[in-house]
Design a protein around this ligand. Structure first.
Ligand code: SF4
Length: 303
């Protein structure tokens, strides 16, 4: 069978081993060298172009149904749970804990729950909204596992490495938020970022108030494509007496977008994290759909 392999950046170093193993089984193997951000970003077009019958996507769980033969290979990490002890002092004031993690550690969630229950805590594990598939799992764009239990808990605990995943959950919850990182063997309370990101959002809205033309970013990645939203936003902008065009790309290239000097501001309809994490890479304000609505509302009130 002709197969295309796709790896996220952190697993690309394993590509040769996996390719050789499948070749020994008699398959014809190709490897995608494109950047890969998640299961929202399947290399279906590449697979079809080279005539592959199957795409093997490593490191991410299924994001949504795709009309192509895709095999998802999970990448489990058995992280050292000893780091949980370091969180005991900081979590002492909180009785009801919500816990969440990424797909790489989801198999460790029961052990994490047991640890905190032995410490006398009541543990809550929420349900994702849909892109993530397992209870307690969060993605940068699916923080349902934390948001759905926010009102029941006194504090949230994220288990895993890096700030990317917990930031999304943090911005959609209201309780103290702790990051327990088994790789750095560190526990950090991160809820100060809520205020930092709120101020950034307010700043973007203020910077876009005088904008007269908007570029609406649409990504053709299978799990990020949202042309309906882009068209709706274009209509709203036109109704408010301003100009808008829809800008289509697979990967949002910030240098290319920065060259579009004809637009005063941009609106993101692709991965929601682009409008949170990458705003400093654009010279003009990059708004989310909600921030655009706020800009239009403020403009209307000023009339
Ligand atoms: S956060 Fe963005 S990159 Fe990650 S899965 Fe969601 S849409 Fe894809």
């Amino acid at each position: 069978m002709r197969i295309l392999l796709q790896f996220p950046e952190g697993l690309k170093q394993q590509a040769l081993d996996h390719a050789e193993s499948l070749e020994r089984e008699g398959h014809e193997v190709f490897i995608s060298s494109s950047p890969t951000y998640g299961a929202c970003d399947l290399a279906i077009d590449e697979a079809k172009t080279i005539g592959a019958e199957k795409l093997v996507h490593f490191g991410h769980a299924e994001f949504h149904k795709i009309d192509f033969n895709v095999e998802y290979v999970h990448y489990k990490i058995d992280a050292d749970l000893g780091v949980l002890k370091l969180s005991s002092a900081g979590l002492a004031p909180y009785q009801k804990l919500g816990i969440c993690t990424t797909i790489q550690h989801i198999h460790q969630l029961d052990d994490i729950r047991n640890f905190y229950e032995k410490e006398g805590k009541e543990v809550f594990i929420g349900k994702p909204y849909g892109f993530a598939k397992q209870n307690g799992q969060i993605l940068g764009c699916d923080i349902g596992s934390s948001a759905s239990i926010d009102r029941h808990v006194d504090a949230h605990v994220y288990f895993g490495g890096g700030i990317f995943h917990p930031i999304g959950a943090l911005l959609h919850t209201s309780k103290p938020f702790f990051m327990v990182d088994p790789f750095l063997k560190r526990v950090e309370r991160i809820d100060r970022y809520r205020e930092i990101y709120r101020k950034k959002s307010t700043g973007k809205i203020a910077a876009a108030i005088n904008a007269k033309s908007f570029g609406i970013l649409v990504s053709t990645k299978n799990g990020q494509f949202n042309m309906n939203l882009a068209k709706l936003l274009k209509e709203k902008i036109a109704k408010a007496g301003m100009k808008a065009e829809i800008l289509v790309s697979n990967n949002v290239d910030f240098d290319a977008v920065n060259n579009m000097l004809c637009f005063d501001a941009f609106v993101n309809t692709a991965c929601p994290r682009i409008g949170i994490d990458d705003i400093d890479r654009l010279r003009k304000p990059l708004l989310s759909a909600n921030e655009l609505i706020e800009v239009i509302k403020i403009k209307e009130e000023k009339k």
